[in-house]
Design a binder for this molecule. Structure first.
Ligand SMILES: [Zn+2]
Length: 160
């Protein structure tokens, strides 16, 4: 066997380091002056020998990372709903930030937006009608109020 084909411990550690940092066999080969084919064969050998962990990170971790990448592409409304769900589940903003791949500050912004929108919705739920005295359109949370604020206070002052 020629000197050229022998794998030195230095070569092997370069291969292992390359694999763990996510480099391709070709890139690793260029670094140590070998073909990508030779490097691929060596990687298989080193994996079998246990010199390179079979997987750098677990498949569950990869899936979780991919899910985060997917959530990063979500529309803001969807992120808002997610952050709100985390809050309702008592998961906390740092959990939501990790899941969404954003900062805790952004999560707090999302939650603030969510709160504002809910307030707006609550306002919409209030009853809008026209005043039975002056016909001005007004909104009231009270089901049985048919006078606008000014007519209502006028009516109260009249002792109605
Ligand atoms: Zn009125």
């Amino acid at each position: 066997m020629s000197r050229r084909n022998e794998w030195t411990p230095e070569d092997d550690s370069a291969v292992a380091a390359g694999v763990l940092s996510g480099r391709t066999a070709r890139e690793i080969g260029e670094g140590i002056g070998r073909t990508h084919r030779a490097v691929s064969v060596r990687i298989t050998h080193l994996r079998k020998a246990g010199s390179i962990p079979k997987v750098n990170i677990t498949s569950a971790e990869i899936a979780a990372q991919e899910a985060v990448e997917e959530r990063k592409r979500w529309k803001r409304a969807k992120k808002r709903a997610f952050a709100d769900k985390c809050r309702l589940d008592a998961k906390g903003p740092s959990y939501a930030a990790r899941m969404l791949g954003c900062s805790v500050r952004e999560v707090r912004e999302l939650l603030a937006e969510c709160r504002k929108l809910k307030e707006q919705d609550a306002w919409k739920d209030k009853r809008t009608r026209s005043c039975s005295r002056c016909h001005k359109v007004f909104t009231t949370p009270h089901k049985c109020r048919f006078l606008c604020d000014s007519c209502n206070s006028y009516a109260s002052s009249m002792g109605w």
